[in-house]
Design a protein around this ligand. Structure first.
Ligand SMILES: Nc1nc2c(c(=O)[nH]1)N[C@H]1C(S)=C(S)[C@@H](COP(=O)(O)O)O[C@H]1N2
Ligand SMILES: [Mo]
Length: 369
């Protein structure tokens, strides 16, 4: 049943999944590490929900594909000579890099969405760096194998009958067509079993999704107020939200914020881990708040949390998002006062932002000079 006819067809699907995964991964990386040339729009508001959902879905779909592809060439990996001449050495080394990089990407990605940080290295930098290794190895592999791929895709899937002379029933058993159908089915099952963390329609059947839509006020929680160490400061009567632009500074109590014009928008929380949910957020428009200190709407703005300094306690919001009328300092979620775990007294919620940049428990908003 093994053979290039299977390898090339599964490889084609794997190539598509890897390409989608690579591009959407780069998008997520450059939103979090902005470059002058990178343009990330604020509309449609669900754009990051789509790209990051696709990132995780395509990564998960790639797993059965890589398993079948490896199976289809398994005996070749142990062919003699193990090393051989220079060209053969190069080919085998490139396949080692390819398989190693892909397995690294898929396993660290899966461990990350399961929040199992068993690895000692920092996830995002290694996952990002290895993405180029994997993508480079895929391109080299496709270039080297192009003649074989073309031939194999042109070949019929099944061997001509008569290959097993005198054993009529045998070719009717497990065929390559069955292997391929099984592969597509495995991809479909893996996708449906996890995609519900992004696609509401699939929520009920996504039995393996790391996150359901559950949590206070219908929204999952990534880091709770206890874990972030903000239980006391968030509930303190001394709480103030300080807004500063250079020398100008104003401190707002929660009542001050509530007294400002309130607007409601339907915006998703879309975690980099792939889960996302839509919710109704109510609060003050960030641009209105900045206007009270006379800030120009064309600057980036730093969001600082009550949370002690750490990777998620402060983020920078680009000017395009600062200006946007749907960027809110939210006080309410789905019609109720914001739950402590969702960022009470107030949190940032902006369109097309990765969840990790929607800073909770805000204490300071600073215009970046
Ligand atoms: N201060 C602070 N804000 C934070 C985080 C955090 O750890 N600390 N986690 C972020 C992440 S990773 C996500 S996905 C969203 C989730 O928001 P939720 O917990 O309200 O669903 O909050 C973001 N805001
Ligand atoms: Mo997140």
């Amino acid at each position: 049943m093994r053979g290039t006819a299977i390898t090339a067809r599964v490889g084609l699907a794997l190539g598509v999944a890897v390409a989608v995964c690579f591009v959407t991964g780069l998008i997520s990386h450059f939103i979090q590490h902005p470059q002058p040339w990178f343009f990330w729009p604020t509309r449609p508001v669900w754009l990051y929900r789509l790209t990051q959902g696709l990132h995780v879905i395509s990564g998960i779909a790639a797993i059965p594909l890589i398993v079948v592809k490896l199976w289809s060439v398994w005996p070749k990996l142990f062919e003699r000579p193990v090393i051989g001449g220079f060209v053969r050495q190069l080919e085998r080394a490139s396949i080692l890099v390819l398989v190693g990089a892909m397995l690294f990407q898929l396993s660290t990605g899966i461990m990350n969405i399961a929040q199992w940080y068993a690895f000692e290295f920092f996830f995002t930098t290694s996952h990002y760096a290895m993405a180029y290794v994997a993508a480079g190895a895929v391109l080299v592999h496709i270039a080297v194998k192009l003649p074989v791929i073309r031939r194999a895709l042109g070949e019929p899937l099944e061997q001509p009958s008569g290959e097993l002379p005198g054993v009529p029933g045998l070719s009717r058993g497990l065929t390559r067509r069955t292997v391929l159908r099984g592969t597509w089915l495995a991809v479909a099952v893996a996708t449906v079993a996890t995609a519900g963390q992004t696609v509401p329609l699939l929520r009920k059947v996504s039995v393996l999704a790391p996150r359901t839509g559950q949590g206070p006020q219908g929204v999952p929680v990534n880091r709770s107020a206890i874990a972030a160490g903000v239980l006391r400061t968030a509930r303190s009567p001394q709480y103030r939200l300080t807004v500063t632009d250079g020398a100008v500074s104003r401190a707002f109590t929660l009542e001050d914020l509530q007294a400002m014009p309130q607007v409601t928008h339907r915006l998703p929380i879309a975690c980099v881990e792939g889960w996302s949910v839509d919710a109704e957020w109510t609060g003050a428009v960030l641009a209105d708040l900045l206007a009270t200190v006379g800030a120009s709407p064309d600057s980036d703005v730093r969001m600082i949390s009550l949370e002690p300094p750490g990777p998620y306690s402060r983020t920078t919001l680009p000017a395009r998002h600062v200006r946007d009328s749907q960027t809110l300092i939210a006080l309410r979620l789905n019609g109720e006062a914001l739950d402590l775990d969702h960022g009470y007294p107030c949190r940032l919620i902006a369109p097309t932002r990765p969840g990790v940049l929607q800073t909770k428990w805000l204490s300071r908003i600073e215009v970046v000079p």
